[in-house]
Design a protein around this ligand. Sequence first.
Ligand code: NAP
Length: 257
Amino acid sequence: MTDLKDKIGLIVGVANKRSISWAIAQAAAAAGAKLVVTYQGERLEENVRELSESLVNPLILPCDVTDDAQIDRVFAEIDAQLGGLDFLVHGAAFAPPKELSAPFVQTSRDGFRLSLDVSTYSLIALTRGALPLMERRGGGSVLTLTYLGSERVFQNYNVMGVAKAALEATVRYLAADLGPKGIRVNAISAGPIKTLAASGIAGFSGILQVYRDRAPLRRTVEAAEVAEAAMFLLSPAGRAVTAEVLMVDGGFHAIGT
Ligand code: NAP
């Protein structure tokens, strides 16, 4: 079993108990990590506080990832209360609903900007904030969540596919930048899972069925399975792995016809 005892982790992107970030938080807590969990806006504060009652003494902070002042406050607070950081899990993503239903060619400038700001740029901003705290601990591990829609066209995934392509490139550039400091940066490309974010994609149930029919494992994946793969990348077991997009999708990505 993964050992994250004495490790401190920041988890961004918990909306509710179905969130992939929450599954990772639970696995990391079970492995002994001390966690900082953020929530976006008052709407989600109660959810995150309630869920976090199962964690040992978590630090719970607000963080809208489009707001640099909030990001600064998160890291100032971690610095003041915990003095360092060993890992960061980035599970924030958003695209305005109309960008996920209109034909892709109708993608608006504002919708594009907001989708890439929340879903892609935020990885750079959060990693930059984490950097001095990870350096103090002698290195660290950054993990984000992506989807195969970065490489292939999935109906209604639209601008989110563009955001995920940029996110995967961001992983590689950050990994190259920070590798010499002992900081690894990776992504997990998860198969489709019914979460709040997924509910915004029309036809999502159809995508799940395609995975059941055609993935080599003939099934979809669960958030807990993504979390187990995350434990590998966050823990010393993954210490030689960086700049990687690890497919946790039952093998669907390998299938042609
Ligand atoms: P989720 O539970 O809805 O998590 C997405 C999180 O991003 C929510 O907590 C959401 O908060 C947050 N977020 C949106 N805008 C934000 C902002 N400005 N600042 C801070 N947080 C913000 O859905 P999920 O499926 O677990 O998604 C987690 C990650 O996995 C995403 O990157 C997603 O693209 C990726 N992923 C999901 C699947 C899937 O099938 N579910 C597959 C592959 C990859 P709000 O609810 O307030 O917007």
